[in-house]
Write a protein that binds this ligand. Structure first.
Ligand code: ADP
Ligand code: MG
Length: 864
């Protein structure tokens, strides 16, 4: 029954799947039918494309208090109440039909309780055909133009198939034509409108890629399993309505490939969907009649509709079927509408019915057990025996599970509350079935002949008939040939009886001779005609050969051209590949170089950064140093400038003083020159003074002819005396703490006789630069005398020296007014030093005498 080649054992005796690594789980789908009435309680909901949820009806909840829960079941796909037959077909059955045409087996069954929609799904209803008519339609749409003539394929009684030559097939066709039994009538005739409605699926669905070099043939059979008996629903046994004979049950056998088949089962060769469905409908009618006649419950039987497809390759010419049995492939698709899965007590079966129900249960129970054992064996690697033989149903499909083939199941459920418990059982079985795996069928080996044979032959035939037509030959060779033959045979004069009953009969033989001569002449004529026809045909053939040869040559030329192009392209490709390789190699090298360069770049950048940082550091150092240096320079410059200014001023002062002294001397000389000689005896003291050593602490040295100096301080008796305070304009203001101050003095900038005449004391403030570079202020004091000639002379008596000293780096000079300064002041202060010495200097015509001082109470602090 299963896909088979008539060749001796194709499969090894050890029943291992041919490709054990490729196994597919049983495809389980769920279809939920709509409720019959909208007011019915619903307990099944489709919650996704693959899942349904079941919730117990209200009553159920009361009875089983603790057990109440919602349950979900998942399938390969779930079809809700609105899903149409076509969709179910496309998803579930189409792949099985495709497999069938590719020479692989398939099994599809519907499972569920009575009234859940099994038959609706499998068979459908008028105007809404189910899977079965759709499968047939798809098969014939696909193989239609490639079907073999009737009786070319012949099924044997051992589940195998034979192929016979066209002549034998023709003879068999003729034989059947003369038989009175109902014969399947070809195509365009009136078919039962009910059937037409069922198969009018309006779906030009077909398998793509059908092997067009094969010849196909479809056989259908229809059986019923009831009470564990197999009945052939297509058996043509005359049914006697008066004394109904119980139908004969069939037995199962295993063929050489371990496939099970029903012995002596009617298998009808069908050429179209209509014909196939008619056969099915016939079986269906018979089933109905049997059910009523034998008082059976239809829902308790399993019906199995088997579609077998035989296919064989065309010969090398693409003209006839290859006469090799081992090249034939036989595949089958079994469509099974199972009995209701409900338990016995549900339908309150009694007596005979109970027994039937028990058996139905038995076969479904066995199916369950087999699935369970298979699942366990596969899941846990066990090797338990699967009890296929316990029921006819499982036995029949044994090799689908043990051997190879695609198995699919549609579980049908009615969501009504009354079916809840039964539906639960159905769901559990379905879930378990999904876990069973079956071996995937292997692909059919190729026959090894050139593909496209059929179309080449067709083209040849067309060309030939065209040529023959042009020459006035027969158009449709086969039919034309037959009719010509028939007319010729009719034209032959019939042979008279050649029985010689009388010895004197002299008419029979001459008549016979005459007829035979006539026939001979006719034959000669026919031979001549025939040889003429042969000649014509030969020339046609030669011409055809020529044209074929020229076409062949042309094609060869084109082919060689193409080959050349291809070869050119190949070399080009090779060249390009080589180039690609070289370029790739270059790219690799360049990438490597780039990496090296990048590395170098990174290193150099790092180096650069460190160097620039170093440079910046150096620059900032330099700036800092410059700033420091500039500060130092400015400080030094300022100091030196100041120093220079001070020295210049001191020098100027010194020079002015010298100038003044010289001036004074010149004046005195002038006076001496202009004075009368009698003045001389008044100046003996000068001579005396000259003998005495004069104590001088500083320059300028006293004038050589000055009057003798009386060493005394006059400050104590200065009250009431009038002073000439001579301050030359070149004097610099000093910041000494002690500043000379003479009250009631006439301050003059140059020596003036007028002032001298009014005063009796004279004081000259003289500045000069000391050896240490500091300005030294000297207060030169003297007494004013009236000369005899009416002029004035000054006798210098005292010199006070005022000097400024830095407390650091200089030796403190002792001074009469400040002999012992405190040690701690020495570090931080400038000190004003007053040096005083007494001289006796006589000056004529104007000199200053020593004034008193005013000491400022606090010495001014000076910053160094
Ligand atoms: P089963 O074969 O399981 O006993 P049937 O196929 O005979 O059940 O269905 C019972 C009834 O329900 C039929 O009248 C059928 O037309 C209807 N029915 C079943 N499934 C559907 C469906 N999917 N859509 C509409 N009607 C359905
Ligand atoms: Mg049914």
């Amino acid at each position: 029954m299963m896909a088979t080649r008539a060749k001796k054992p194709r499969r090894p005796i050890l029943k291992k799947p041919s490709n054990p690594s490729l196994r597919d789980p049983v495809g389980v789908y769920c279809r939920v039918r709509p409720l019959s009435r909208p007011d019915q309680e619903c307990c099944i909901e489709v919650i996704s494309d693959t899942t349904v949820q079941m919730h117990p009806p209200d009553g159920y909840r009361i009875f089983r208090n603790g057990e109440y829960r919602e349950t979900q079941y998942s399938f390969k796909e779930v079809f809700g109440t609105l899903v149409v037959q076509k969709k179910v077909f496309d998803v579930v059955a189409k792949p099985l039909v495709e497999d069938l045409i590719r020479g692989k087996n398939g099994l599809l069954f519907t499972y569920g309780v009575t009234g859940s929609g099994k038959t609706h799904t499998m068979t459908g209803s008028p105007g809404d055909g189910g899977l079965l008519p759709r499968c047939l339609d798809m098969i014939f749409n696909s193989i239609g133009p490639f079907q073999a003539k009737r009786f070319v394929f012949k099924l044997d009684d051992k589940n195998g198939v034979d192929v016979q030559c066209e002549v034998d097939a023709l003879l068999e066709r003729q034989k059947r034509d003369v038989m009175p039994v109902p014969k399947p009538t070809p195509g365009k005739r009136q078919i039962d409108p009910e059937i037409a409605d069922m198969i009018n699926v309006q779906d030009q669905c077909k398998v793509e890629e059908v092997d067009e070099d094969n010849v196909y043939c479809v056989f259908v059979s229809y059986i019923e399993i009831y009470n564990n008996y197999i009945y052939d629903l297509l058996e043509e046994a005359p049914f006697d309505p008066i004394k109904p004979k119980p139908p004969q049950s069939k037995i199962l056998r295993e063929d050489q490939n371990h496939n099970m088949y029903v012995t002596g089962c009617t298998e009808v060769e069908v050429k179209s969907t209509e014909e196939a469905f008619e056969v099915f409908w016939r079986g269906q009618k018979k089933r109905r009649i049997a059910n009523t006649q034998l008082n059976r419950e239809s829902s308790r039987s399993h019906s199995v509709f088997i579609i077998k497809l035989a296919q064989a390759p065309l010969d090398a010419d693409g003209d006839k079927v290859l006469q090799e049995k081992e090249q034939i492939t036989l595949s089958q698709l079994s469509l099974v509408d199972l009995a209701g899965s409900e338990r016995t007590n549900r339908t309150k079966a009694e007596g005979n019915r109970l027994r039937e129900a028990g058996n139905i249960n038995q076969s479904l129970m066995t199916l369950r057990t087999c699935i369970e054992v298979l699942r366990e064996n596969q899941m846990y690697g066990l090797n338990k025996m699967v009890p296929y033989r316990d029921s006819k149903l499982t036995h029949l499909f044994k090799n689908y599970f043990d051997g190879e083939g695609k198995v699919r199941m549609i579980v049908c459920v009615n969501p009504k509350a009354e079916d809840y418990e039964e539906s639960l059982q159905v769901m559990r079985f379905a879930e378990m079935t999904q876990e069973v795996e079956v071996a995937r069928p292997v692909d059919r080996p190729l026959c090894g002949l050139t593909p496209g044979r059929r179309f080449r032959n067709q083209a040849f035939q067309e060309e030939l008939s065209r040529k023959l037509e042009m020459r006035g030959g027969p158009v449709d060779a086969e039919t034309e040939e037959q009719s010509v033959l028939e007319t010729i045979l009719q034209n032959f004069p019939p042979l008279p009886t050649c029985e010689l009953l009388d010895i004197n009969d002299d008419q029979t033989l001459p008549k016979l001779i005459e007829v035979l001569e006539k026939r001979h002449k006719l034959r000669q004529m026919l031979i001549k005609e025939f040889s003429k026809a042969v000649l014509t045909f030969k020339t046609v053939l030669q011409e055809f050969d020529c044209s074929v040869a020229s076409k062949e040559n042309y094609i060869k030329g084109r082919l060689s051209e193409k080959e050349k192009t291809i070869a050119g392209q190949k070399t080009e490709i090779e060249r390009l590949e080589k180039k690609i390789k070289t370029l790739e190699y270059k790219i690799e090298i360049l990438e490597k170089t780039a990496t090296i360069y990048e590395e170098d770049k990174r290193n150099l950048q790092q180096e650069l950064e460190s160097k620039s940082q170093k440079l910046q550091r150096q620059a900032s150092d330099k700036r800092r140093l410059e700033a420091r240096f500039q500060g130092m320079v400015a400080e030094t410059t300022m100091k030196w400038e100041k120093e220079c200014e001070r020295r210049v001023a001191a020098k100027q002062l010194e020079m002015q003083n010298k100038l003044w002294v010289k001036d004074e001397k010149l004046k005195q000389l002038k006076a001496i020159v202009t004075e009368p000689k009698n003045d001389k005896p008044e100046r003996p003291s000068r001579e005396r003074d000259r003998e005495k050593p004069v104590q001088r602490s500083v320059s300028p040295s006293p004038v050589p002819n000055a009057p003798p100096v009386r060493l005394r301080h006059r400050r104590s008796r200065s009250a009431g005396e009038r002073w000439v305070d001579h301050k030359p304009p070149s004097n610099l203001p000093t910041e000494t703490v002690m500043q000379p101050h003479v009250p009631h003095a006439i301050t003059v900038a140059a020596a003036s006789e007028k002032a001298l005449a009014k005063c009796d004391k004279y004081m000259l403030t003289h500045q000069e630069l000391a050896s240490d570079g500091e300005i030294e202020t000297k207060l030169i004091k003297g007494d004013v005398f009236k000369t005899r000639g009416g002029g004035q002379a000054v006798q210098f008596t005292d010199i006070e020296t005022l000097k400024q000293e830095s407390p650091t780096g200089r030796k403190r000079r002792s001074s009469p007014s400040n002999p012992d300064p405190p040690e701690d002041a020495a570090e931080s202060e400038w000190t004003d030093v007053e040096t005083r010495c007494s001289v006796a200097v006589e000056m004529r015509a104007g000199s200053a005498l020593g004034p008193g001082y005013e000491h400022h109470a606090q010495p001014k602090r000076r910053k160094p």
